[in-house]
Design a protein around this ligand. Structure first.
Ligand code: PMP
Length: 330
């Protein structure tokens, strides 16, 4: 019989698939790593087990303890999966720009959520960082994984994502592209790929226009899970060769094209990453092999990026199909 002992054993070993339509006119091979095939639906499943194992080992998390974390949703799902298996309570703090669908998923896994305003500075008492700090102090037995500074985040990618990509490309990868949120994915995966290739693999960060990584101040943008208004410790700038920005409009258009043309129903940060990967690949030769990581599924964004009314309410103009014309114009 072939089966996994628990759902946590299904984390990682996600496949690569070649992009064929959105890459028209590009000579290089562009391969997408499909992280929504993790059991919790995102790349964040990878960091959760490693962070909780380390917290148990170091005595930060004891039986009956509570996990408190600010998370845009995906880290929460990963942590909720592990917590469920090991009997911990979870309280997650979310900015209000996170959609209803993502909130419902966390509740479905048995977690509790606290929603905070997006439009306040990180040091404001109502910001999602401040609220999670306060809850972590006030709840007895609370442990805050702090994905923004916990070294086990990047380490999990160093130990799993990086080796998987190297193995599946037979060591032929030339460029790695990933969105930057906490920076854990790009720092851990990038570090491994740099080391194993003697510095040959180029590491490119995808950033929403306005975020600090591409020189902005953190002005609000709508793509979720990527970009920051501060420099997290989980981000290692020495690993990243280049940061390329894309606008919300470019990211969302690519997200919609990935569903319609490549059969990949993915989230907005995946659209961002692919849009940046194509900018990077545009001038590369035919023997270049670009791997772009797609962090999560589009199911959490059906009411937003894939909803014409929502898109139009923010000034985006997605191409209309016959059914959506009826939906939008009545
Ligand atoms: N995309 C989504 C949807 C995410 O939730 C995250 C995590 N914040 C990222 C991309 C970025 O990953 P990382 O935090 O490892 O930089």
């Amino acid at each position: 019989m072939k089966y996994a002992e628990t759902v946590l054993d299904l984390v990682g070993n996600t496949p690569l698939v070649k992009l064929n339509k959105v890459t028209e006119g590009i000579a290089a091979t562009v391969l997408a790593k499909i992280e929504y095939l993790n059991p919790g639906g995102s790349s964040k499943d990878r960091i959760a087990t490693r962070i909780i194992d380390a917290a148990e080992r170091d005595g930060f998390l004891k039986p009956g303890g509570t996990i408190v974390e600010p998370t845009s949703g995906n880290t929460g799902v990963g942590l909720a999966l592990v917590a469920q298996q090991r009997g911990y309570r979870c309280v997650f703090v979310l900015p209000d720009k996170v959609g209803e669908d993502k909130r419902s998923v966390l509740l479905a896994y048995g977690a509790e959520i606290v929603v905070t305003p997006t439009a306040v500075a990180p040091d404001h008492p109502d910001s999602y960082y401040s609220v999670s700090d306060r809850l972590a102090r006030e709840i007895p037995g609370a442990f805050k994984p702090n994905q923004y500074s916990n070294p086990n985040g990047p380490l999990s990618h160093y130990e799993s994502t990086g080796p998987e990509i190297w193995r599946d490309t037979d060591g032929r990868i030339t460029h790695f592209v990933a969105g930057v949120g906490t920076g854990g994915t790009i720092s851990g995966t990038g570090k491994y790929l740099k080391e194993v290739s003697d510095g040959r693999v180029q590491v490119i960060g995808a950033d929403p226009e306005g975020s600090v990584y591409s020189g902005g101040t953190g002005r609000p943008y709508l793509v979720e899970g990527v970009g920051e208004d501060f420099w997290p410790a989980a981000y290692d700038p020495t690993v990243v060769d280049q940061i390329i920005a894309s606008s919300d409009a470019e990211s969302f258009e690519m997200t919609r094209r990935l569903a319609r043309e490549e059969g990949l129903l993915v989230g907005g940060s995946s659209g961002l990453a692919v849009s940046v990967a194509l900018k990077a690949a545009a001038n590369l030769p035919a023997d270049a092999i670009v791997v772009v990581l797609l962090p999560d599924s589009g199911r959490g964004y059906l009411g937003k990026i894939f909803n014409e009314k929502w898109m139009r309410s923010y000034g985006f103009s997605p191409e209309l199909t016959e059914s959506t014309v009826r939906d939008v114009l009545g």
